[in-house]
Design a binder for this molecule. Structure first.
Ligand code: MN
Length: 203
């Protein structure tokens, strides 16, 4: 089984003006696509893992032979993280943005006090992440937590279940925002798909 490049659930310019069309196109067709082809190259050499779903590969890194463990973590994570990221975005014209609703909204309130406190903690950690990586809202047992991961690491490798994420690699924002990471993070809140986050939370 070859891994394929997951299609976006919207067109490249659908998230304007928050995420620009050119960045979305390059991010998907170049960065994401490269992770897919590199992952397939590695799995060709180790076909016993080629049928494993990405979630299983990333959650079971200690079962992967050492020779391919790091490439699987990097490229498998690169594929899975982007698959997940595209799905939690929604154009603001279609209801993206606003505040968390439903069960996840309630647990955000009980964990962080209120939505604004959650948001400011998330922003603080996203802004201060050193180098390339991701920020996540994860389920850790019955609780929620905000964590960051370096490179293309996925929380599943640490036994935590992702429900929301933001890509903090420069390739995600440099074309439009250059070094203004804070503006990119602020813009992103306008296109979060809270219905999808709720689904992830209830899964
Ligand atoms: Mn990316």
């Amino acid at each position: 089984m070859e891994h394929t490049l997951q299609k976006l659930p919207y067109v490249y310019d659908a998230l304007e003006p928050f995420f620009d069309a050119k960045t979305m196109e390059i991010h998907h067709q170049k960065h994401h696509a490269t992770y897919v082809s590199k992952l397939n190259e590695i799995l060709k050499e180790c076909s016993e893992f080629s049928d494993w779903p990405l979630e299983k590969l990333l959650a079971s890194l200690n079962e992967i032979p050492e020779a391919i463990r790091i490439p699987i973590k990097n490229f498998g994570g690169g594929v899975l993280n982007h698959n997940f990221f595209w799905e939690i975005l929604l154009p603001d014209s279609q209801g993206g943005g606003g505040e968390a609703k439903g069960e996840v909204g309630k647990v955000i309130q009980s964990t962080f006090g209120n939505f604004e406190k959650f948001k400011s903690e998330f922003v603080k950690q996203a802004a201060s992440l050193f180098g390339s990586g991701w920020i996540w809202l994860v389920k850790d047992g019955k609780k929620l937590a905000i964590i960051t991961t370096p490179n293309q690491d996925n929380p599943l490798s640490a036994g935590k279940k992702p429900i929301l994420t933001l890509d903090i690699w420069e390739h995600a924002y440099y074309l439009k925002y250059q070094n203004r990471r804070a503006e990119y993070i602020e813009a992103w809140w306008n296109i979060v798909n809270w219905n999808e986050v709720e689904k992830n939370f209830l899964k």
